[in-house]
Design a protein around this ligand. Structure first.
Ligand SMILES: N[C@@H](CCC(=O)N[C@@H](CS)C(=O)NCC(=O)O)C(=O)O
Length: 215
Protein backbone atom coordinates (compact mmCIF):
# COMPACT_ATOMS: atom_id res chain seq x y z
CA UNK A 1 0.00 0.00 0.00
CA UNK A 2 1.30 3.46 -0.88
CA UNK A 3 1.76 5.68 2.17
CA UNK A 4 1.51 9.46 2.11
CA UNK A 5 2.94 11.42 5.05
CA UNK A 6 1.08 14.70 5.43
CA UNK A 7 -0.12 17.51 7.64
CA UNK A 8 -3.86 18.16 7.29
CA UNK A 9 -3.44 21.95 7.04
CA UNK A 10 -0.63 21.89 4.47
CA UNK A 11 -1.49 23.11 0.94
CA UNK A 12 1.39 21.11 -0.60
CA UNK A 13 0.04 17.98 1.10
CA UNK A 14 -3.42 18.79 -0.32
CA UNK A 15 -1.89 18.70 -3.81
CA UNK A 16 -0.47 15.22 -3.19
CA UNK A 17 -3.70 13.97 -1.56
CA UNK A 18 -5.78 15.22 -4.50
CA UNK A 19 -4.18 13.06 -7.16
CA UNK A 20 -5.00 9.85 -5.29
CA UNK A 21 -8.67 10.82 -5.25
CA UNK A 22 -8.72 12.05 -8.84
CA UNK A 23 -7.04 8.81 -10.00
CA UNK A 24 -9.07 6.65 -7.54
CA UNK A 25 -5.87 5.03 -6.22
CA UNK A 26 -5.93 3.71 -2.64
CA UNK A 27 -3.34 4.99 -0.18
CA UNK A 28 -2.70 5.19 3.52
CA UNK A 29 -2.46 8.75 4.81
CA UNK A 30 -0.10 9.15 7.80
CA UNK A 31 -0.34 12.41 9.72
CA UNK A 32 2.86 13.36 11.53
CA UNK A 33 3.04 15.66 14.53
CA UNK A 34 4.25 19.07 13.37
CA UNK A 35 7.31 18.98 15.62
CA UNK A 36 8.41 15.52 14.51
CA UNK A 37 11.62 16.47 12.70
CA UNK A 38 13.29 13.05 12.92
CA UNK A 39 10.83 11.10 10.75
CA UNK A 40 10.91 13.27 7.59
CA UNK A 41 14.67 13.91 7.93
CA UNK A 42 15.27 10.14 8.09
CA UNK A 43 13.15 9.68 4.96
CA UNK A 44 14.26 12.54 2.65
CA UNK A 45 16.94 14.42 4.56
CA UNK A 46 14.64 17.45 5.09
CA UNK A 47 11.83 18.39 7.47
CA UNK A 48 9.26 18.86 4.71
CA UNK A 49 5.99 17.10 3.92
CA UNK A 50 4.38 15.63 1.86
CA UNK A 51 6.43 12.44 1.46
CA UNK A 52 5.34 9.41 -0.56
CA UNK A 53 6.50 5.96 0.57
CA UNK A 54 6.46 3.36 -2.16
CA UNK A 55 8.10 -0.07 -1.70
CA UNK A 56 10.39 1.28 1.03
CA UNK A 57 11.50 4.26 -1.09
CA UNK A 58 10.68 7.85 -0.24
CA UNK A 59 9.82 10.77 -2.50
CA UNK A 60 9.34 14.41 -1.41
CA UNK A 61 8.09 17.42 -3.42
CA UNK A 62 4.34 17.60 -3.90
CA UNK A 63 4.34 18.03 -7.68
CA UNK A 64 6.81 15.15 -8.17
CA UNK A 65 4.38 12.99 -6.19
CA UNK A 66 1.45 14.27 -8.29
CA UNK A 67 3.30 13.37 -11.50
CA UNK A 68 4.35 9.93 -10.19
CA UNK A 69 0.82 8.95 -9.12
CA UNK A 70 -0.84 10.45 -12.20
CA UNK A 71 1.45 8.41 -14.47
CA UNK A 72 0.68 5.09 -12.72
CA UNK A 73 -0.77 2.38 -15.00
CA UNK A 74 -0.65 4.73 -17.98
CA UNK A 75 -3.99 6.38 -17.23
CA UNK A 76 -3.21 10.01 -16.37
CA UNK A 77 -6.07 12.42 -15.63
CA UNK A 78 -4.12 15.72 -15.62
CA UNK A 79 -4.08 15.91 -19.40
CA UNK A 80 -5.44 19.40 -20.03
CA UNK A 81 -3.53 22.57 -20.85
CA UNK A 82 -2.64 25.14 -18.20
CA UNK A 83 -3.99 28.65 -18.52
CA UNK A 84 -1.77 31.74 -18.63
CA UNK A 85 -4.22 33.37 -16.20
CA UNK A 86 -4.35 30.90 -13.29
CA UNK A 87 -0.69 31.10 -12.18
CA UNK A 88 -0.76 34.92 -11.89
CA UNK A 89 -4.11 34.72 -10.08
CA UNK A 90 -2.63 32.31 -7.54
CA UNK A 91 0.41 34.57 -7.03
CA UNK A 92 -1.79 37.65 -6.65
CA UNK A 93 -3.96 36.16 -3.92
CA UNK A 94 -1.42 34.15 -1.94
CA UNK A 95 -0.13 37.15 0.11
CA UNK A 96 -3.37 38.07 1.91
CA UNK A 97 -4.46 34.42 1.94
CA UNK A 98 -1.50 33.05 3.88
CA UNK A 99 -1.37 36.04 6.25
CA UNK A 100 -4.91 35.11 7.32
CA UNK A 101 -4.53 31.35 6.97
CA UNK A 102 -1.43 30.70 9.10
CA UNK A 103 -2.76 32.18 12.37
CA UNK A 104 -6.08 30.38 11.88
CA UNK A 105 -4.35 27.09 11.14
CA UNK A 106 -2.38 27.52 14.36
CA UNK A 107 -5.67 27.57 16.32
CA UNK A 108 -7.53 24.84 14.42
CA UNK A 109 -8.06 21.24 15.60
CA UNK A 110 -5.64 19.61 13.15
CA UNK A 111 -4.19 16.23 14.19
CA UNK A 112 -0.62 17.46 13.52
CA UNK A 113 -1.16 19.84 16.47
CA UNK A 114 -2.41 17.13 18.85
CA UNK A 115 0.22 18.07 21.44
CA UNK A 116 0.92 21.52 22.87
CA UNK A 117 4.54 21.20 21.79
CA UNK A 118 3.56 20.48 18.17
CA UNK A 119 1.25 23.54 18.05
CA UNK A 120 3.88 25.76 19.65
CA UNK A 121 6.46 24.56 17.10
CA UNK A 122 4.17 25.71 14.25
CA UNK A 123 3.61 29.15 15.79
CA UNK A 124 7.33 29.61 16.42
CA UNK A 125 8.23 28.60 12.88
CA UNK A 126 5.49 30.40 10.89
CA UNK A 127 4.86 33.63 12.83
CA UNK A 128 8.05 35.36 11.60
CA UNK A 129 6.89 35.02 7.98
CA UNK A 130 3.64 37.03 8.42
CA UNK A 131 4.05 39.01 11.66
CA UNK A 132 2.28 38.62 15.02
CA UNK A 133 -0.61 36.18 14.71
CA UNK A 134 -2.62 38.25 17.22
CA UNK A 135 -2.73 41.17 14.71
CA UNK A 136 -4.08 38.86 12.03
CA UNK A 137 -6.75 37.22 14.19
CA UNK A 138 -8.51 40.52 14.95
CA UNK A 139 -10.55 42.56 12.47
CA UNK A 140 -8.74 42.30 9.16
CA UNK A 141 -11.58 43.32 6.88
CA UNK A 142 -8.91 44.90 4.64
CA UNK A 143 -7.39 41.50 3.85
CA UNK A 144 -10.82 39.80 3.61
CA UNK A 145 -11.96 42.48 1.12
CA UNK A 146 -8.82 41.95 -0.95
CA UNK A 147 -9.51 38.21 -1.12
CA UNK A 148 -13.20 38.73 -1.94
CA UNK A 149 -12.28 40.97 -4.85
CA UNK A 150 -9.72 38.41 -6.07
CA UNK A 151 -12.51 35.80 -6.10
CA UNK A 152 -14.58 38.09 -8.37
CA UNK A 153 -11.64 37.99 -10.79
CA UNK A 154 -11.38 34.19 -10.54
CA UNK A 155 -15.06 33.41 -11.16
CA UNK A 156 -15.13 34.12 -14.93
CA UNK A 157 -11.88 32.14 -15.39
CA UNK A 158 -13.60 28.91 -14.27
CA UNK A 159 -14.73 27.06 -17.39
CA UNK A 160 -16.28 24.09 -15.56
CA UNK A 161 -16.84 23.03 -11.93
CA UNK A 162 -14.97 19.81 -12.83
CA UNK A 163 -11.83 21.47 -14.23
CA UNK A 164 -10.89 25.14 -14.19
CA UNK A 165 -9.78 25.10 -17.84
CA UNK A 166 -12.40 22.58 -19.00
CA UNK A 167 -10.04 19.56 -18.81
CA UNK A 168 -8.22 18.55 -15.60
CA UNK A 169 -4.68 19.95 -15.42
CA UNK A 170 -2.05 20.92 -12.86
CA UNK A 171 -3.90 24.26 -12.59
CA UNK A 172 -6.64 22.35 -10.73
CA UNK A 173 -4.09 20.95 -8.28
CA UNK A 174 -2.67 24.38 -7.47
CA UNK A 175 -6.02 26.20 -7.48
CA UNK A 176 -7.90 23.75 -5.27
CA UNK A 177 -5.00 23.63 -2.78
CA UNK A 178 -5.25 27.42 -2.43
CA UNK A 179 -9.06 27.36 -2.14
CA UNK A 180 -8.68 24.62 0.50
CA UNK A 181 -6.54 26.99 2.60
CA UNK A 182 -9.03 29.80 1.95
CA UNK A 183 -11.85 27.66 3.38
CA UNK A 184 -10.39 28.12 6.88
CA UNK A 185 -11.06 31.89 6.70
CA UNK A 186 -14.46 33.19 7.83
CA UNK A 187 -16.08 36.10 5.96
CA UNK A 188 -15.12 34.98 2.47
CA UNK A 189 -17.91 35.42 -0.07
CA UNK A 190 -17.73 32.79 -2.77
CA UNK A 191 -19.15 33.73 -6.18
CA UNK A 192 -21.39 30.82 -7.29
CA UNK A 193 -18.91 29.56 -9.92
CA UNK A 194 -16.08 29.46 -7.38
CA UNK A 195 -18.24 27.73 -4.78
CA UNK A 196 -19.42 25.09 -7.29
CA UNK A 197 -15.80 24.52 -8.34
CA UNK A 198 -14.37 24.08 -4.83
CA UNK A 199 -17.23 21.79 -3.75
CA UNK A 200 -16.95 19.64 -6.90
CA UNK A 201 -13.17 19.44 -6.71
CA UNK A 202 -13.38 18.47 -3.03
CA UNK A 203 -15.74 15.61 -3.93
CA UNK A 204 -13.68 14.47 -6.94
CA UNK A 205 -10.38 14.55 -5.04
CA UNK A 206 -11.68 13.24 -1.72
CA UNK A 207 -10.08 16.15 0.15
CA UNK A 208 -12.59 17.79 2.52
CA UNK A 209 -12.78 21.58 2.75
CA UNK A 210 -12.17 23.28 6.10
CA UNK A 211 -15.37 25.40 6.23
CA UNK A 212 -16.50 23.78 9.49
CA UNK A 213 -13.43 25.13 11.30
CA UNK A 214 -13.41 28.55 9.59
CA UNK A 215 -12.62 31.43 11.94
N1 LIG B 1 8.33 22.33 -2.27
C1 LIG B 1 7.72 21.49 -1.26
C2 LIG B 1 7.21 22.38 -0.14
C3 LIG B 1 6.58 21.59 0.98
C4 LIG B 1 6.38 22.43 2.21
O1 LIG B 1 6.72 23.63 2.27
N2 LIG B 1 5.81 21.80 3.25
C5 LIG B 1 5.64 22.47 4.49
C6 LIG B 1 4.24 22.29 5.04
S1 LIG B 1 3.05 23.26 4.14
C7 LIG B 1 6.54 21.85 5.54
O2 LIG B 1 6.58 20.65 5.68
N3 LIG B 1 7.25 22.72 6.28
C8 LIG B 1 8.06 22.32 7.38
C9 LIG B 1 7.44 22.75 8.66
O3 LIG B 1 6.29 23.22 8.65
O4 LIG B 1 8.06 22.61 9.71
C10 LIG B 1 6.60 20.68 -1.90
O5 LIG B 1 5.99 21.17 -2.86
O6 LIG B 1 6.33 19.55 -1.44
Amino acid sequence: MLKLYVYDHCPFCVKARMIFGLRDIAYEPVILLNDDEATPIRMIGKKLLPILEEDGRFMGESMDIVTRIDEMDGAPVLTGPVSPEIGPWLNGSSGPLYRLFLPRAACAPFPEFATTAARAYFVRKKEPSVGPFSDLLGDRSDLIAALNSQLQVLAPLIRSPEAVNGLLSTDDIHLFAQLHSLSLIAGIIYPPAVDAYRQTMSRMSGVPLLDNDAA
